[in-house]
Design a protein around this ligand. Structure first.
Ligand code: HAM
Length: 433
């Protein structure tokens, strides 16, 4: 009996296993994660980790029970206590739940948090769309001003820039406040009503429950009809309109190019005012690499204080799929600095103590215990991308020194045992395995 990974899931593998999709290489995941963590610290964000499942009501209440995510895509199960639980489909609601529950917003009503982790949505898998995927997300709580929107978008833009990703389009919209949105929904409904029979089945159902969602439709017929729909920007309340215009001014000042898309509504019900997404042409249909928006009413809706907030999340799979298109954007895959091959039991003892000293000097060192065959050890060294190689036997123990071979230049240097840490510490790439 052999087992296969469930549909829509994937493994992240070390480089030496040569995953057939390079973006699934764990070294690249580390690289991206380290970079994004560093950038988050530059902007004053601290890490938060929440569980991967929550009570189902948290998502129905926040993401919205007419949204596709809640309606079609949640992994919901009953636990042994007959409580309905859901694998988190997104991170914003759990983070708000955690903040409200810990009462930390009472003491610190201004907070900036980031998270990394797996999320789960049951959708038809395709390139760029998985049933378990990973997000880097940030949430900034407490500031209602457009300056916070600008800083948040600038942060996301900086993330892409710093990873070397270019040619992204920032799409921007404002969906106003609750009242202006209801007003707009009425206008949209009266525009769509006469076209009802031509709309897709999904959109016909949404016409009653949540007409705004129709603007998100990927159905070609729907898209044609939507083209002439009224614009939400014509229905904005004065506060949202002023907020949106100041945000555009700030983005211009920051030299962040954007495109206003009045049909951009996003698939989560908690947004108000600013919504945005970054898209790229290189990803095919699943072309949104990061997205977010303001959600000023969510904390209160979930039982917390009346606090404004804004955030975004980036899909790590999509990010990596863009990066591997241009190999120069990714760091070289390096293995350990040194692979040592011991020849016999005394040599094994010596190699264990030598490598222990080397590791204490931060020199990544591996020992080949598998066989005494130099050819086999060299093949392994190549596979794991070791930079140096050394064989240690009786002669080496007698002379207290070992020949170290640089595997790409083939140069060999005789190094006394007590000089080994020094020999490697001077190497470029040192400690970066
Ligand atoms: P979202 O737009 O649903 O927003 O997801 C954010 C990003 O996650 C997407 O742009 C995409 O890159 C990635 N993503 C979503 N679904 C999948 C999937 N099935 N497979 C691969 N990647 C996927 C949110 O989740 C909000 N919580 C973002 C946010 C934070 N808004 C405010 N704060």
């Amino acid at each position: 009996m052999s087992y296969q990974i469930p549909k829509g899931l994937f493994d992240i593998l070390p480089a030496f296993q040569s995953p057939n999709d390079l973006w699934r290489t764990s070294d690249y995941w580390h690289y991206v994660e380290t970079k994004l963590r560093y950038l988050a610290s530059l902007y004053g964000y601290s890490e938060i980790r929440t569980p991967i499942f929550e009570k189902t009501e948290l998502f129905t209440r926040s993401v919205g029970d007419t949204s596709d995510i809640v309606f079609k895509e949640m992994y919901t199960f009953e636990d042994k206590g007959k409580r309905s639980m859901t694998l988190r489909p997104e991170g914003t609601a759990p983070v708000m739940r955690a903040l409200i529950e810990s009462r930390s917003l009472h003491e610190t009503p201004y907070q900036k948090l980031f998270y990394f982790g797996p999320f789960f949505r049951y959708d038809r898998p395709q390139a760029g769309r998985y049933r378990q995927f990973h997000q880097f997300g940030v949430e900034s709580i407490g500031i209602p001003d457009p300056e916070q929107d600008a800083e948040t978008i600038a942060f996301l833009y900086h993330c892409f820039e710093s990873l070397g990703i270019r040619n992204l389009v920032l799409r921007l919209n404002s969906i106003g406040n609750q009242a202006s949105r209801s007003e707009y929904c009425k206008a949209l409904k009266s525009y769509l009503e006469p076209h009802k029979s031509h709309l897709s089945e999904d959109s016909q159902a949404r016409l009653e429950a949540n007409p705004l969602r129709i603007l998100d439709s990927k159905d070609l017929n729907d898209i044609e009809i939507i083209k002439k729909a009224p614009s939400i920007l014509d229905c904005l309340d004065s506060d949202s309109a002023a907020h949106f215009s100041r945000l555009q001014q700030l983005l211009n000042e920051l030299r962040i190019p954007f495109k206003i898309e009045h049909n951009l509504v996003r698939g989560l019900d908690y947004y108000n005012k600013t919504v945005f997404e970054f898209t790229t042409e290189s990803l095919g249909a699943q072309n949104t690499i990061g997205a977010g928006g303001r959600y000023d009413g969510l904390i209160e809706k979930l039982g917390g204080a009346q606090l404004p907030a804004i955030g975004f999340a980036v899909g790590i799979e999509r990010l990596l799929q863009i990066l591997i298109e241009e190999p120069s954007l990714l760091p070289p895959l390096t293995g350990p600095m040194l692979l040592l091959l011991p020849m016999g039991d005394d040599a094994k003892t010596k190699v264990l103590s030598l490598s222990s000293v080397l590791r204490k000097h931060n020199v990544p060192t591996e020992i080949f215990f598998k066989s005494k065959k130099v050819q086999k050890a060299l093949q392994h060294a190549e596979k794991i991308k070791a930079q140096f190689f050394g064989v240690l036997g009786e002669d080496e123990i007698k002379n207290q020194s070992i020949k170290i071979k640089h595997l790409s230049t083939r140069d060999e240097t005789l190094v006394p045992f007590d000089q080994l840490p020094n020999f490697f510490e001077r190497r470029p790439n040192y400690g970066q395995s």
